[in-house]
Write a new protein. Structure first.
Length: 313
């Protein structure tokens, strides 16, 4: 096993960016699990180099940096605006070993074998060819280097939430699963991403020539139970309020979603039923009433598959 550091935290508690980034990290992870289980499993040498593929605003890069400040972490993302935003956050947090570049996951700006860790979080579901990104991540790893992918399990499996305002009847659950499966199938057929990339990831990593050493789940499920003591619960409730204030997806997004369902074999009736089940007046009304009464208790099964693999050699 490589030498690793201890479990020092370095979140700057001040500043809006730090607060929102911490909330994002905490919604997906319990801090103790990251410090004591996940990061030690990675076996990254002191002073090692890592890439965070599809870094977005850098949530995973900052989370790792907060546990392992010794690492050089480079976040890459094709979206220049996100890269600029993450760069500002790194500067505000005084993280001079964390940097960001504009690049695509299928063409990483590193030579073969250059890195100790290649990681991604909620990215492989968004790309047209998850295998191409995983193969590229494998290429830039040194022999023995670590691959880490953290990806939603499967949109259809995660589509059914539980709360005390609108108990899910079996027929409704089956229908939601069926329609979401169609959505996912259509999305993949249109080359718009693979909602099953998480559950498939260990197989994809194996097919990319990596040695899969561990497959886990993240340890956190989103929940909001009165009196919503934690910032994460307050965040879940605030998001629900935002959803109720909004009129749902804008027409462009709605059309895009409908195309997915149709490409997955759905009829116009299936499209209408999908929107009704996920965003219709009935579900909105019961949620609003429970929120107003302060009684809403919700559990959202946001499980992610954590794939850990090593480059052989
Ligand atoms: C849901 S966000 C996740 C961001 C970040 N990893 C996090 O956990 O907060 C998905 C990210 O994947 C990026 N992305 C999309 N296509 C990509 C590609 N081909 N290569 C690398 N990143 C990509 C998007 O720009 C976006 O930032």
């Amino acid at each position: 096993m490589s030498e690793t550091t201890g479990t020092t935290s370095r979140w700057d508690p001040d500043g809006e960016e730090a607060r929102s980034l911490r909330l994002r990290a905490e919604r997906l992870w319990n801090r103790d699990y990251v410090e004591r289980v996940l990061v030690p499993c990675l076996e990254i040498p002191i002073g090692g180099r890592a890439v965070d593929v599809g870094t977005g605003f850098g949530a995973l890069a900052f989370l790792l940096a907060s546990v392992r400040p010794d690492l050089e972490i480079i976040g890459i993302d094709p979206e220049a605006g996100l890269v600029e935003g993450a760069t500002v956050v790194a500067a505000n947090l005084g993280l001079d070993r964390v940097s960001f570049r504009t690049a695509d996951g299928t063409a990483l700006p590193f030579p073969d074998g250059a890195l100790d860790l290649a990681m991604c979080q909620t990215v492989l579901t968004h790309v047209a060819d998850a295998g191409a990104v995983v193969r590229e991540m494998a290429r830039v790893l040194r022999p023995g280097g670590t691959f880490l992918a953290i990806e939603w399990t499967d949109r259809a499996l995660l589509s059914i939430s539980f709360d005390n305002a609108s108990p899910v009847e079996p027929e409704q659950a089956i229908e939601t699963y069926r329609l979401t499966k169609m959505y996912s199938l259509g999305r993949a057929r249109l080359g718009r991403g693979d909602d099953e990339a998480g559950i498939r990831c260990p197989i994809v990593a194996h097919e990319a020539g990596l040695d899969v050493v561990d497959v886990r789940l993240n340890d956190r499920i989103s929940f909001a139970i009165p009196p919503y003591r934690s910032p994460v619960e307050a965040g879940v409730i605030e998001e629900m309020r935002e959803w109720l204030r909004s009129e749902g997806p804008d027409p462009g997004t709605k059309a895009w979603m409908a195309e997915n369902i149709r490409a997955g074999g759905g009829t116009d009736q299936d499209v209408a039923r999908y929107f009704d089940l996920t965003d219709g007046p009935a579900v909105r009304a019961v949620t609003a009433a429970a929120l107003d009464a302060g009684t809403l208790a919700a559990v959202i099964p946001t499980a992610m598959v954590v794939t850990i693999a090593r480059r052989p050699g």
